[in-house]
Design a protein around this ligand. Sequence first.
Ligand SMILES: [Zn+2]
Ligand SMILES: [Zn+2]
Length: 363
Amino acid sequence: MQTIKAAVCREFNAPLVIEEVQLADPKMGEVEVTLDAVAICHSDISYAGGAWGGNLPAVYGHEAAGVITATGKGSGDFIIGDPVVVTLIRACGSCPSCASGTPTICETPYNTAKGPLRTADGEPLDQGMACGAFAEKVVVSHRQIVKIPKTMAKDVASLLSCGVITGVGAVVNAAQLRPGQDVVVIGAGGVGLNAIQGARIAGARRIVAVDMIEDKLEVAKEFGATHGVLASLDAPWKAAYKALGGRGADAVLVTVGAIPAYEQATRYLGPGGKAIMIGMPHSGATASYEPVIMAAVGQGLIGSKMGDVVIQRDIPWMIDLYEQGRLKLDELISGRWELDQINEAIADTKTGSAKRNVILFNR
Ligand SMILES: [Zn+2]
Ligand SMILES: [Zn+2]
């Protein structure tokens, strides 16, 4: 047990509180990672806003990178000193989902209330998203981390933990895009930009970005979008058809949590096309579709969690792409902040900026 500094959510919709908390030593199969960087994701903001409920107090934060500083027994071939990225994908490795290659939907429950965190008084402190990375250190399963090159900057690496794998993974794993197919990406934010560059890497013919904000459409083009469509148009899918030569898309990726985006997603599809649901609306929100159209022209509706990635397979691939100059990561960072400034960094993210704010820790 040791004392570390963390940003704690004590009340939904209130600023996080920087306080000293207690972190347990790694148990069987776990490692302790001293963090260099953690990015702020919209999921952290949704949790802190109470969108999905959960226990309080809690420490959120789940896009992190750092160095292993302690290992429990049975933590694979990880050793102290290894630089790693930390993801929220705490997979057991043996349930039916893990065994069939989709560890992102692992069926073995993990009780975050009984994780390694306690308040300074020894009260329960929830390890949000099985990470609790708005803190100087985390204790996580060795199955949720991946080694990275020693030379790779940690702020850049932290982005691989969530936004990048979710966007790129949704294209290659969920949509299973083939070269030459047409793609529409709804939302040009952190995940959307990565779906766009995933589509480019996968060999898409045309990539249409759809967003409410004109500036974000310009950024989308830097990441590989061939066309931009303003979502505020009357029937924005008509502009997309035009960009796609009069036909709907083979894949539509919905990367935002807004229900209208889900209801409109199928309008962008061509015959045989698939809509991939990636964004995370509030619990209880519902959307409606016209099933007869989808049945008549063989369209699909697919949910995708964390890009359906296998982190041990996909993150090393993405690191190679980055090092070869084929995957943009540096360009995804909009600001760098200290842990003490986390509420300002969150406020900045809420303004709808397309990119990621990253918290850096003093070493
Ligand atoms: Zn995230
Ligand atoms: Zn499992």
